[in-house]
Design a protein around this ligand. Structure first.
Ligand code: SF4
Length: 231
């Protein structure tokens, strides 16, 4: 009798969401534990991606804000930056419903998803290069898991750098600039935007019109590639 050897187990796909107690960045894990003690009713954990699994547009942010995603558990929800981001997404047909700064407001993203380059709250909103590098093990597969992905908007220089690397591009060829476009090896187009932070808005580094121009360009690229946009 000939016995067939068992099939080799197939490699598991890389996880796109970190575990609730991800230990890979010791400084951030320690800061997370401090927040859990100080604010036991907050999320205080890696913040998962939020949006449409069939998205053709991905928005890559920097990291959770203290009073925003780290408190509520949904990217950009509850902080100043989220107001402009979600209102713009609603205006351009990438979100339905009303944004009420809480994760149970019923807001639904259409054709779009938001993913932070660093999933845990960094002290002073400043992740270290090693932490950005480490958390890319979640950003890369999260982007690869989007079969219809055509356009990525990077919010700020750090998100830009991590997105370029996650999408297989080379940084010297892809320099950050507001409204700069970079076609990456897979054909995905990366559009840069200044981050919609309170500081950038208050200092007029980023105006609502400048931010809308980024989403208008993303929508135009998507439509030219045959993607639907709700309105
Ligand atoms: S930032 Fe990312 S890699 Fe680092 S501890 Fe948090 S989830 Fe893990």
């Amino acid at each position: 009798m000939i016995l067939e050897s068992p099939a080799a187990p197939s490699a598991s796909p890389a996880p796109i969401e970190p575990p609730h107690d991800c230990p890979l960045c010791p400084r951030l894990a320690e800061f997370r534990e401090e927040q859990r003690v100080a604010h036991p009713d907050w999320w205080n954990a890696p913040v998962p991606a939020f949006g449409d699994p069939d998205a053709w547009l991905a928005i890559v942010g920097l990291a959770p804000g203290m009073q925003g995603a780290n408190r509520t558990g949904r990217p950009f929800t509850g902080d100043f930056a989220g107001i402009l981001l979600y209102e713009t997404m609603i205006r351009f047909g990438f979100a339905e419903g009303s944004y009420e700064a809480r994760p149970d407001d019923g807001l639904i993203l259409r054709d779009a998803i938001i993913i932070n380059a660093v999933r845990c709250l960094p002290p002073q909103n400043k992740p270290l290069p090693a932490e950005i590098h480490t958390c890319r093990r979640f950003l890369t597969p999260a982007l690869e898991a989007l079969p219809k992905l055509r356009v990525v908007i990077a919010l700020g220089q750090i998100a830009h750098q991590s997105a370029v690397k996650a999408l297989g591009g080379k940084l010297p060829k892809a320099r950050f600039g507001h409204l700069a476009e970079h076609r990456l090896p897979s054909g995905i187009v990366l559009i840069d935007s200044y981050h919609c932070s309170r500081y950038n808005q208050n200092t007029r580094v980023l105006t609502a019109e400048m931010f809308e121009a980024v989403f208008a360009r993303a929508r135009a690229i998507g439509e030219a590639a045959g993607q639907t946009v709700s309105r």
